[in-house]
Each structure stands twice: as structure tokens, then as C-alpha cells.
Unconditional design. Structure first.
Length: 242
């Protein structure tokens, strides 16, 4: 079995895949509690290798290395490449693409093999485009819901109130802020979907990340919640790097 770990900016997610590629166990915790990861590792018994995406830097890298060393578990640290698992990296400098974005693109292409917009709503919102040939064409990065709200509060103390509900025509400040954040983020996703549709024809829109379901409510048309894309991409690259 293969252990996959997605160390993001705010949370660390892990999953165990069997040899058939089925996710048989998973968990998540906030990065500030990373030392508790060792308490969950009983589910990792039987894993013969770990594959990791880490965009949180050395603050997560060091405790993860210590944990793997204690278990004597070999580890593959994922990194963006010019091409892997059928996906071509169109970034001007491929190594600068976030590993989590790259893994999500790999998973999306290998699952559907059709034009996709892959939007991940976490600490940041990333909105990436895949062509019908598996080419990563480029993408957007903007603040996620929590960062957007924090920016509003920092600049306007009167907006430091609980978020309300998503509404077309908000009539309370809480609803106005919640709806504004959602529609701003949704606009970025819609824009990329429209651009890719003009280029490729029909497009599949995939949403992942902790705020995926919240964001889906602000999007018209058909969107698909695609959980665990980064973990699935990590499993796939382990197959290519035995």
C-alpha cells in the first residue's frame, strides 16, 4: 500500500491507497497540530512507501521527515515536472508550479481525459485549465474565502461580523460579505471555464478543497465536486517513479 500526504498552507491531508488505487483510509489535521500526525499512523501499517506534496515549506517538511525516519518508510517528495502521467506542464518555468496544483491536474486528466477546469478552493483559490490533449494551459491564483474576509476586516472594521448566507440580493451586511466573496471567486472559475470552452468546446468543471461545496453554490451550470485530487495524483506519480 501507498501512503500519500498533501501538506497544504493550512491543513495536512493524508490517504492510504491499495495496489488497485482504491483509497482505503484517510485523515486530515491543521498544520499547527502536525505533531499529532504520529498518533494517526496506525492506519499506515502495511504501507511500503510515502509520496508527499508539501507547499508549506520546512515547517512541515522537517516533522514529516522525522516521522518517516522513525517508521523507516521510504519517501518520494513530489515535484512539478515538464511531463508526467500524460500531462504536459505549460508553465513558463515548470518547476515553479505548485506541487499540489500539479498533482490535482495529473489526477483530473487521468480520471477524465477531457478538457477540464480544476478549481481548488482552500487558503487560496487556484483555477487551472487542461486541454483535450492533457496540456496544462495555465491558471489563476487569488485569495480564498478566509483570506478575502481577513482583507476586508483589515481595511474596514465595521465588516468584522459573522458571515451570512449566499443571496442574489443581500439585505444584511453579513449576507453581503458572504455573497460578495462567493461571487468574486465564482467569477474567476466562470471566466476560466468560458475561456477554455471557447478553445476546446465542452468543458468539465471540477471543484476541490475545503470550500468547494460552499463555492459550488455560487456557480451556475454543472460543476462536480472532486475530493482528494492531490492524493490521487500522488498515487499516480508513485506508479511512474517506482
Amino acid at each position: 500500500m501507498i501512503l500519500t500526504i498533501d501538506a497544504g498552507n493550512t491543513r495536512t491531508k493524508w490517504g492510504v491507497f491499495d495496489e488497485a488505487g482504491e483509497l482505503v483510509a484517510q485523515g486530515a489535521l491543521n498544520n499547527g497540530q502536525i505533531e499529532r500526525l504520529a498518533l494517526e499512523d496506525v492506519a499506515w501499517d502495511g504501507c511500503h512507501r510515502a509520496v508527499v506534496s508539501n507547499v508549506a515549506g520546512e515547517a512541515l517538511g522537517q516533522p514529516l521527515r522525522s516521522l518517516f525516519a522513525a517508521r523507516q518508510l521510504p519517501v518520494l517528495w513530489a515535484k512539478p515536472e515538464a511531463e508526467t502521467c500524460g500531462v504536459t506542464n505549460g508553465y513558463a518555468h515548470p518547476q515553479q508550479l505548485g506541487t499540489d496544483r500539479w498533482m490535482a491536474l495529473v489526477a483530473a486528466w487521468n480520471r477524465y481525459q477531457q478538457p477540464c477546469v480544476v478549481a481548488t478552493a482552500g487558503t487560496a483559490l487556484t483555477v487551472d485549465a487542461l486541454s483535450a490533449q492533457g496540456d496544462f494551459l495555465g491558471g489563476l491564483i487569488l485569495p480564498g474565502r478566509t483570506l478575502m474576509q481577513a482583507g476586508l476586516v483589515a481595511g474596514a472594521a465595521a465588516l468584522n461580523i459573522p458571515l451570512g448566507e449566499l443571496r442574489e440580493f443581500p439585505t444584511t451586511t453579513g449576507d453581503a460579505v458572504a455573497s460578495g466573496l462567493a461571487f468574486a471567486m465564482a467569477g474567476a472559475v466562470e471566466r476560466q471555464c468560458a475561456a477554455l470552452e471557447r478553445r476546446e468546446g465542452s468543458v468539465r468543471c471540477l471543484l476541490s478543497g475545503g470550500d468547494a461545496r460552499w463555492l459550488a453554490a455560487a456557480l451556475p451550470g454543472t460543476v462536480e465536486i472532486a475530493d482528494n485530487l492531490v492524493l490521487q495524483g500522488l498515487f499516480l506519480i508513485e506508479r511512474e517513479h517506482p
